[in-house]
Design a protein around this ligand. Sequence first.
Ligand code: AMP
Ligand code: ZN
Length: 114
Amino acid sequence: MVGNCLFCDLFQGKIPSTILYRDDDCFIIKDINPVAPIHLLVIPIKHLTYLEGFSDEDFAVLSSIFKAARDFAISEGISDSGYRLTINQKEDSGQQVPHLHLHLIGGHNLSGIG
Ligand code: AMP
Ligand code: ZN
């Protein structure tokens, strides 16, 4: 939790949004600018940023966010058709929000996109 972070503010309700899911480690929202019929963001509650600074405890949070993504892929009905999981890191990736998050993208064929 830090000041001036979009996803921390969003989790704390300072910015309105619909939280679709939350557990002790992470929460899930719809991406405001979806690139596919299903585009969710799985976001750690802790203000994590870049993998190179992660502690062992932080890596355990990654396990939780991947589990949540797996569960949502199943419940959204895209587990069989397929989906993409993306974590952007820093400038060359095009990362816009410097609070680590996992994109869960699917619902149509993404071949040749990205
Ligand atoms: P990234 O480029 O990996 O940092 O992804 C940030 C994502 O956050 C982008 O796909 C944005 O569309 C999305 N985003 C930005 N603001 C919001 C918001 N208020 N609610 C939901 N998603 C957002
Ligand atoms: Zn944050």
